[in-house]
Design a protein around this ligand. Structure first.
Ligand SMILES: NC(=O)c1ccc[n+]([C@@H]2O[C@H](COP(=O)([O-])OP(=O)(O)OC[C@H]3O[C@@H](n4cnc5c(N)ncnc54)[C@H](O)[C@@H]3O)[C@@H](O)[C@H]2O)c1
Length: 286
C-alpha cells in the first residue's frame, strides 16, 4: 500500500526530530523548517511558515500535517517574532492545508496557554488536576500565542474541510536537562508547576492524534503521569500558594501522591495515550 504523505513543520527542532524519527517509516515525511533536519532520509523544504504562497506550494499533495514550527518560548526571540511566527504561521499553515485538501492537521498547543506557568500573582490553578476545561489567562506573549493557536485551529475545524486536533505538551525535558531535574523538583517555585514530559511521549501523542478515528476538534494535555516534584504535589502546592486549590478528583493524589498538576485523562481516554517515561528513571548525577 502507498504510504500517506505527511508534512512536519518544525521537524528540525528539538521535539521535531523525535516526531520525525517516530513517523518516518510509516509515512512519506517532508520536513518544512528554516534549518535542515538531522535525519538525512526525509525530504526537506526550506520554507517560512508565514509565507502563504510558498506554504500552499509546499503542502500540495500532502495528506496530513503535523505543525510544530514556532518560537517555543518568550526568551529566545523578540516578542514580535514570537507573536508573528506562532499566530500568523499557524493561520497560514492551516489556510494552505485547507486550500490544497489536506485531510488532517495536528498542531502544537501548550499547557502554558492556561497562564499558570509564569505564575502571575493571584492566578494559582483554579482546581486540580488542571484539565482542558481549565480557564486560560495567559499573561505573556508565548502563552498568549498558544491560546490564539487553539482558537485558530478550532475555527478551521468548524469550517468543516480540514480536521484539526491540538496536542498541548507540558514542558518537554531533553537529555541535557536531566542533571537539573532533581533541583527543579525540589524547588517549590518551579515555574512549570513541576509538569514535564519526555519528547518520546509527546511524539506518541502526535501519532495518536494523527490516527484517531474521531477527527473533530479537540485539545489534549500530554504530560508525564508524575510531576518533577520530589514531595507530594498537594504538599508543595500548599507551601507555594498558602492553600491547596480545590481538588476535584481526590483519588488522583491519594493513589499517586506525586501525580502531575495537569490531567492527561482526556488523552488517555480518547487517544489511548500512555506515557512511558518518568524522570525518576532518567540517569541522575551521583
Ligand atoms: N519545548 C517545550 O517544552 C514545548 C512545550 C509545549 C509545547 N511546545 C511546542 O512544540 C513545538 C516544538 O517546540 P520545540 O521545543 O521543538 O522548538 P524548537 O525551537 O526546537 O523547534 C521549532 C522549529 O521551528 C522552526 N521554525 C521557527 N520559525 C519558523 C518559520 N518561520 N518557518 C519555518 N520553520 C520555523 C525552527 O527552525 C525550529 O527548528 C512548538 O510549537 C512549541 O511551542 C514545546
Amino acid at each position: 500500500m502507498t504510504k500517506k504523505r505527511l508534512v512536519i513543520t518544525g521537524g528540525s527542532g528539538r521535539l521535531g526530530r523525535f516526531v520525525v524519527d517516530r513517523l518516518k517509516e510509516k509515512y512519506t515525511v517532508t520536513v518544512i523548517d528554516r534549518i535542515a533536519p538531522a535525519a538525512a532520509d526525509v525530504a526537506y523544504l526550506d520554507v517560512d511558515i508565514c509565507d502563504l504562497k510558498a506554504m500552499t506550494e509546499a503542502l500540495t499533495g500532502a495528506d496530513y500535517v503535523i505543525h510544530l514550527a514556532a518560537v517555543p518560548n518568550p526568551r529566545t526571540a523578540s516578542e514580535e517574532a514570537c507573536f508573528e511566527v506562532n499566530t500568523k504561521g499557524t493561520w497560514t499553515l492551516l489556510q494552505a492545508a485547507e486550500t490544497v485538501g489536506v485531510k488532517r492537521a495536528v498542531i502544537a498547543g501548550s499547557d502554558a496557554a492556561t497562564g499558570l506557568h509564569y505564575n502571575p500573582v493571584g492566578w494559582p490553578p483554579q482546581y486540580l488536576p488542571v484539565d482542558e476545561n481549565h480557564p486560560m489567562r495567559p499573561s505573556e506573549v508565548y502563552s498568549l500565542t498558544k491560546e490564539i493557536t487553539h482558537a485558530i485551529g478550532k475555527s478551521f475545524s468548524v469550517r468543516g474541510k480540514l480536521e484539526v486536533l491540538s496536542i498541548c505538551p507540558a514542558h518537554i525535558v531533553f537529555e541535557p536537562e536531566y542533571p537539573e531535574l532533581g533541583a527543579r523538583g525540589a524547588d517549590v517555585h518551579n515555574y512549570h508547576l513541576w509538569s514535564y514530559v519526555a519528547p518520546q511521549d509527546v511524539a506518541q501523542g502526535f501519532e495518536l492524534a494523527l490516527e484517531v478515528a474521531d477527527g473533530s476538534f479537540d485539545s489534549f494535555y500530554i504530560a508525564a503521569a508524575d510531576g518533577l516534584n520530589v514531595r507530594p504535589t498537594l504538599e508543595m502546592l500548599k507551601e507555594r500558594f498558602g492553600e491547596v486549590p480545590e481538588v476535584r478528583d481526590a483519588s488522583v493524589y491519594e493513589n499517586h501522591p506525586t501525580a502531575s498538576v495537569f490531567d492527561i485523562n482526556r488523552a488517555r481516554e480518547k487517544l489511548g495515550y500512555a506515557p512511558k517515561y518518568t524522570w525518576r528513571d532518567f540517569p541522575q548525577p551521583v
